[in-house]
Design a protein around this ligand. Structure first.
Ligand SMILES: Cc1ncc(COP(=O)(O)O)c(C=O)c1O
Length: 407
């Protein structure tokens, strides 16, 4: 029998030892320097196999910077994006003036359906943005072919796909530009942060100039990033989850006092970095994310990168997912070209909410989380069109715990 031990399906522990290693920087002059940032950028250039890597405050701001430095006609230029993706990314693209054109997803892996891209291309299309969702690479060959045929810029959102490969090459190396995220829930995390990856020197130089203009977050804000990440990681530990979250949730649901959404708000203190409003308002966006990445976070990243335990954990997580897929008979479709690095582990199942509640009673932590429906967000547009696969698939998803250990 397969026993699921309790590890949160989404969150990842922020490893305190990386913070402790980086802490001396907080108290000395290196805090405002770039030494470790440059070292981390060099590590990523080599790791991804790309010429330029530019550290940013977050992946969403990295996406913003890419388009800020590209030439397009605001309100007219179209960008093709998957109809299922985090709305903060869609919001950031909309906020900078791009017209969003959605493409339905492939139900087998929830990524953009590459066979449905061509029919969405018009004379105004200039960009395709793909998202390697859940750490599973998209159908790169077909997408790059289309991008070449129509002379479109391909942008990869590899925020969830650190270490995933396609035909032996790391994702993030295929697009004209790509982004990666180091936010507190990602496999590789530095309590926030991200990078732009590109082979284009001109884009690199422009983005670096933009970053120079940004303020440094300073010690107080940096403390807040770390505090936030630590608190979140504590709230998501097994003990808290098992002895506080699940009993309260079960009890409250039983007596009809609350629904799960309300409970999550209370337990996770209403944190939601996915607020659409915060990216749609450019001033607010700059106030929160328009900051430089810090040397201290880069030092954390370097410690993590050189830690063999980190790589072992990543491998263990992937092995766990493979085992789960095998035992459960998973529906995820993988070709031999694809080597995922799992961020989430999902299965498709009827009535996920019911299963979630049943498993919660057994103290097994699953989640039926899904991204808010982009199509229904009036502000993002395109509501009249049909995206049957998104509608059908995302209501049947259940995320399983897979993070080490799993028995
Ligand atoms: C696919 C994807 N892109 C972009 C982002 C934004 O990343 P960040 O939180 O670093 O801005 C996320 C965050 O969860 C994401 O999942």
């Amino acid at each position: 029998m397969l026993k699921l031990t309790l590890k949160y399906t989404h969150g990842r522990t922020v490893y305190k030892r990386y913070i402790i290693k980086a802490l001396p920087i907080f108290f000395n002059r290196e805090f405002y320097k770039n030494t470790y940032i440059e070292e981390l950028e060099n590590k990523f250039k080599e790791f991804i196999g790309i010429k330029y890597a530019i550290a940013t405050s977050s992946a969403r701001f990295a996406i913003h910077l890419i388009f800020k430095c590209l030439d397009f006609e605001k309100g007219k230029t179209e960008i093709i994006i998957p109809a299922y993706m985090p709305r903060i990314v869609a919001g950031a693209l909309k906020a900078i003036g791009l017209k969003l054109v959605f493409v339905d997803i492939d139900p087998r892996n929830l990524n953009i359906d590459s066979n449905k891209i061509e029919e969405k291309i018009t004379k105004n299309t200039k960009y395709i943005l793909i998202v390697h969702l859940n750490g599973i690479p998209c159908d790169i060959d077909n997408i790059t072919k289309i991008a070449k045929k129509y002379n479109l810029f391909l942008i990869e959102d590899s925020a969830q796909a650190f270490n995933a490969t396609y035909k032996g090459k790391k994702v993030g190396s295929f697009g004209y530009a790509s982004v990666i995220s180091f936010s507190k829930f990602k496999n590789f995390n530095t309590c926030g942060g991200g990078m732009v990856l590109t082979n284009d020197k001109i884009l690199n130089d422009k983005i670096r100039k933009e970053i120079e203009k940004l303020p440094h977050p300073g010690r107080l804000k940096t403390c807040k990033f770390i505090y936030d990440a630590l608190i979140d990681s504590i709230l998501r530990t097994n003990t808290i989850h098992r002895f506080i979250y699940l009993p309260i949730m079960n009890f409250s649901i039983k007596i009809g006092l609350m629904n799960r959404k309300k409970l999550l708000k209370i337990i996770f203190r209403g944190r939601n970095s996915g607020h659409l409003k915060s990216v749609l308002n450019i001033e607010e966006f700059y106030r929160v994310f328009g900051l430089k990445y810090t040397n201290l976070q880069a030092k954390m990243g370097l410690s993590e990168f050189s830690d063999s335990k980190f790589w072992k954990r990543i491998k263990q997580n992937d092995d766990n997912v493979n085992m789960l897929h095998e035992k459960i008979g998973a529906t995820t479709f993988l070709t031999e070209d694809i080597e995922p690095c799992y961020f989430f582990c999902f299965i498709q199942i009827k009535n996920p909410k019911k299963i979630y509640e049943q498993l919660a009673k057994e103290k097994i932590q699953t989640n039926y989380f899904r991204y808010p429906n982009l199509i229904q967000e009036k502000i993002l547009g395109d509501q009249k069109k049909q995206y049957p696969i998104v509608e059908k698939t995302i209501t049947n998803m259940l995320y399983l715990p897979f993070r080490h250990p799993l028995k």
